[in-house]
Ligand binder design. Structure first.
Ligand code: PSU
Ligand code: MN
Length: 302
């Protein structure tokens, strides 16, 4: 594993470090907005007092803290493999490039000693998962790897109810930031409740610390609703999501190709509006993630 100097130093000095994933760059957004977004997210993390570490795999070697040039390459290069827990050993042994999903990013962050990770949305139980078994590896990872994830909630392309049930089974606390409703990525709310409505980054840091003190392996999932001014109309976005899912089924797109297909299709169907929303919410998550990481390192030093 290659850990960049700045990240290594920060970890040695117990400074706050926040991991970022690379699937969102290569499979989640089109070029060049993907690169602009990745660099802007890093800046927000720095502006809020933490060190960013974008994670990806280059020629089989995990990189913890990619350079801006590496991020640019990730954003441009075609055909980078989407890498989850399952794919990691293959990508490493065959010396491929790998864009790490939430699950693989958590694994590599944890190996490097990073405990916080900011992204847009996590994978979850897909609609009809009770028949297809299509449950993202992200959920199992949250159940066992000690990295907490800050996101804007699971996307409504998923079955949110099944996703919450699965997280409960795996023992993952789902915390809403200043909300008691589960945010659904493009929208601030859904019909479901989170497990706890936290009012400050410090309160969240204390919950994570308690989880560690009790040696409860796994992550905490923090859901930060998209700011009001950028949120989408639920009726409109849900109608577009339904259309995208119909087309996915018609085209027999399955497995790891589902999520990237749906993300790209929704951008197309909303005339690019969902992409802008996506970028705003990640920047918003980055701010909260850095604040939580900062509070947590203060708590650890007390
Ligand atoms: N959801 C999003 N944007 C994303 C992803 C999910 O809103 O970019 C990516 C993340 O990398 C996540 C992965 O870990 O998709 C989940 O893929 P799957 O559903 O195949 O597990
Ligand atoms: Mn899947």
């Amino acid at each position: 594993m290659k850990i960049n100097e700045e990240v290594k130093m920060a970890l040695e000095e117990s400074k706050p470090v926040v991991a970022l994933e690379s699937t969102i760059i290569s499979h989640g957004m089109p070029y060049p907005r993907n690169v602009e977004c990745a660099l802007a997210v890093e800046k927000v993390i720095r502006d809020n007092g933490a060190i960013p570490a974008t994670i990806g795999i280059i020629d089989g070697e995990p990189i913890i803290g990619m350079t801006p040039d590496e991020i640019e390459e990730f954003g441009k290069k075609k055909g980078i493999a989407k890498c989850s827990r399952r794919d990691l050993p293959i990508i490493a042994a065959t010396k491929q490039w790998g864009a790490t999903t939430v699950s693989a990013t958590m694994i590599l962050a944890s190996l490097a000693g990073i405990e916080f990770f900011v992204t847009g949305g996590i994978g979850g139980a897909h609609r009809k998962a009770n028949e297809t078994f299509d449950v993202s590896a992200d959920l199992d990872e949250l159940g066992k790897t000690n990295v907490s994830v800050i996101c804007a909630g699971p996307k409504a392309i998923l079955d949110l109810h099944l996703t919450m049930e699965y997280l409960e089974t795996k023992g993952v606390p789902v915390i809403g930031y200043k909300t008691s409703k589960l945010p659904a990525f493009f929208t601030r709310t859904s019909e479901l409740n989170v497990d706890y409505n936290a009012s400050s980054p410090l309160e969240i840091a204390k919950i994570i610390k308690a989880k560690r003190d009790y040696k409860l392996d796994g992550g905490v999932l923090i859901c930060d609703p998209i700011p009001e001014e950028f949120s989408m109309d639920p009726t409109h976005i849900n109608a577009e999501i339904d259309k995208a899912i119909v087309e996915m089924d018609e085209k027999h797109i399955t497995g790891k190709d589902e999520t990237p297909f749906l993300l790209a299709k929704i951008v197309e169907l909303t005339g690019g509006k969902s992409l802008e929303t996506n970028i705003h919410l990640i920047l918003n998550n980055a701010k909260l993630g850095a604040q939580i990481a900062k509070e947590y390192s203060k708590l650890r030093k007390e």
